[in-house]
Write a protein that binds this ligand. Sequence first.
Ligand code: SF4
Ligand code: SF4
Length: 496
Amino acid sequence: MDTGSPTCSFDAKRDFEVGRRQPGKRPPRPFNQPDAVAGEIFVQTRIEKFAWIGQPIEIKVIQVYLRNSIKLNEGICRTLDISGVSERAQQSARQRGLAGTEVALEPDRELRRQHARNRCAERQRGRLVGQVQQYIGLGMIGSMGHAEISDWGALAARIKDWGRELGFDAIGIGGIDLPEAEQGLADWLAAGFHGEMDYMARHGTRRSRPAELVPGTLRVISARMNYRPEAADAAANLADATRAYLSRYALGRDYHKVIRARLQKLAERIESETGPFIHRVFTDSAPVMEVAIASGAGLGWRGKHTLLLTREAGSWFFLGEILVGLPLPLDEPVSDHCGTCRRCLDVCPTGAIVAPYQVDARRCISYLTIELKGSIPAGLRPLIGNRVYGCDDCQIHCPWNRDAPITRETDFAVRHGLDRATLVDLFGWTQQAFESRMAGSAILRIGYERWLRNLAVGLGNAPTSSQVVDALRTRQEDSSALVREHVEWALARHAA
Ligand code: SF4
Ligand code: SF4
């Protein structure tokens, strides 16, 4: 490990058990060396719980040798300046079996101030903590009962079976090296294609390096759940300009909650077999490159529209991940089957797919109706048509979606007749009606103001009728300037 930058600070927000030695078993090398106190730490304590007790804490990793030999015992220093806290932390450490370690807790105001001034840069911290935790993860493999798992391939097969039992349509296991995706993201950001989505750049390499996001991660279990609802006829809905088109994924319950809960159950099922292990579940909820990970896990390939695509299920599905510190065998990636097709590029209403595998989000209707907070560029409004929440055109026209399966998940069934609702009806909803009907839906996230903004654009693109014009006039004096501006634009379209 790089000893040139020896200090790193633990985030210490989590609290998981690092290790529990099985009776009669010794940890593997190098953790079996009596003087490498790390071995004792790893098998008997809750490292992060301890770090939480004494946070913020700095750990100097002073020596790391090849073959995972590390010593953590000589440079742990305390930075809190609260009187008596070191004694309490020391006592707490002893209670947790740390008495044999050389842990020094030193109240030190100067260090505290210095720490505040000179926080480690995010990337450096992530890298160092990731390395330390990866060693911890490796130590855990030998000391948490994982050693008893002699056949990781069999465990991987069981994980896939459990995933199916929990309602997932496919499970794959991928690695954590995503250099191509990392470069692709950097190029995409450099081109400014992310628009207002600054959060895409905010997490640095943590997005493309899962082990920096969850230290100790060795593999990613990628899960797919189909969402295409039975009732919704996307093409018919889209063709009727008096009806509102909402992206198919948003017609049912919020997928974040559904998938996250299932992934958590899957993690618990794994834990019941392996014992405690490093893991964290995600579904579109953190900086994770879902498509790149899923494609590496053999769940499909990245289509020219940039979504994951499979031969069996097209692209109407959600993805979720569990980052795990288990050395599961990797699945084989799937080859690209887009071939010479370019339908998604040709049908995109706004020309947002600027080249194969490249979407300029600033032109994408999903971005304009969901992510963009302010005014929708006037030049793009006529191209949006009746799409008031997201857009599916590049999926509707993809040949691999022709026979995409219907979801088995009842939570994704259409709610409130959203696949048939008219623009006028939805525009008439009060804020209270919007919030109560959209409770538990992903649509609630955009809020009432953007909901009305989007519907005003849809109404501006609808065929002129007294019903449409009257509906727009009811909101000419709306309290939101954003809504008023879009209503005026829509009325001007009909006046013309
Ligand atoms: S979601 Fe719609 S606007 Fe965005 S790339 Fe696909 S077709 Fe184009
Ligand atoms: S429409 Fe054609 S090019 Fe686009 S993702 Fe589907 S198969 Fe690939």
